[in-house]
Each structure stands twice: as C-alpha cells, then as structure tokens.
Design a protein around this ligand. Sequence first.
Ligand SMILES: *Cc1c(COP(=O)(O)O)cnc(C)c1O
Length: 228
Amino acid sequence: MPSQPDSGLAERLASVRADIAAAARAAGRVDADITLIVVTKFQSAELVRDLAALGVSDVGENRHPEARDKKLECDDLALTWHFIGQLQSNKAKAVALYADAVHSVDRASLVDALAAAQRPLDVFIQVNLTDDPNRGGVDPREIEPLAEKVLAQPSLSLRGLMAVAGLDAEPRAEFARVRGYSERLIRVAPDASSLSMGMSHDFADALAEGATHLRIGTAITGKRSLTP
Ligand SMILES: *Cc1c(COP(=O)(O)O)cnc(C)c1O
C-alpha cells in the first residue's frame, strides 16, 4: 500500500510554490517559464516518491552514485533528473547515462566525458562568482570558449548558465551579474537563455533577475536526513 506523503512536506511544497508565484508576479514573470527543481540530495527514494505524488516533475541530486541509486529506485516515475553537484570527469560518463540534465559543467574535459555517453543531455555551464577556484564553476571569462565546446557535441544541448550566489555576497547583485553573462552567452548560443539560479533562501532574488530553473532543497524537504 502506498504511504501517504507526510503533510509537512505537502505544506512546505505548497508554501514554496505560492512564494514562487508571488515573486514571479512581482517580477512581471510568467509561472510557466519557471521550472522548480526540488533538490533531494541526502533524502530517501521514498521522499522522491512522495514529491512525485505531490506533482513535482523535476528533482536535483549532487552526488554519484547516490543519484544513480535513487533514480533506479524511482525508475517507474516520470521525473526529470538534474545533476547539480561538482562532477569529477571520471564519473561523468556514468552520470550522463541516467541524468537528464547536468548543471555543473565547468571545463572542457567534463564536456568530453559527458559526450562519451552518447546520450541526449541538457547542459548548463556553471559560472564561478567567487575568486576561489575550488568553488566549482568556470571563470566568467571562459564562458564563450566552453560554450563552443558544448555546442560542438551533437548529444549535448546547451541550455544556459548555472550559478550559486557567494556566501557573503548580496544575492540580487550576484544574480544580476549572471544575467549579464547570459547576455554574452546568447550571442554565441542563441538557444542557451536559461538561468539555473536560486536556492531556498534566495530564490525570490533569482526570479527578479530572470532565473528559469530554481534549485530548492531544504525549504521543501526539511532537514537533510541521510548522512553524507
Ligand atoms: C544543495 C544545493 C541546492 C539546494 O540548497 P537549499 O539551500 O537546500 O535550497 C541548490 N543548488 C546546489 C548546487 C546545491 O548543492
């Protein structure tokens, strides 16, 4: 017998959806242009099932093989799986065999490794907004050459940019920077206009700056339950 999703989950999801709709309206945006990706890292496959039962269509994971195992357990569900975490090149081909989209593409070797799977994949180029090269993401000056590299791979569809606002930075200003980089990217890749940005605490700012893909975890799932 399928279990009833816990009512806390349903309430938090409804509340975040209402906040997204309100922030979208305030920004003069249309709801239909916004994809809510519920980040389920460190959460059980059961919770993914509960989310699907509540109408969630997109989930985000940040680690292999946790993501693969969960996807296998939920293979009967019509979900779109987004890989949003830093990705080592030696795991990239495996990820490309089950993910529908990878948001963390930040170097040419990763593009080659993802293309090696020869499976259709949506790709976001992650931009590093900090001066710390360990934070993941490409240096903003390298966006165009990396985009050309993705565009040259027939199995990869370049969708746009992804970014995480810096911890000490003002999120709205960070997302405005990404919007500027997006205008540059569109000149070399006119179809790559999507913007994956905005998390639990800053999605309203992201929406105001044009986010099309929100990656929201704890505001919906509550505390992360699996130990890393
Ligand atoms: C965990 C994570 C999120 C979601 O963060 P919350 O604060 O739980 O909403 C979004 N993006 C990335 C890249 C993450 O790793």
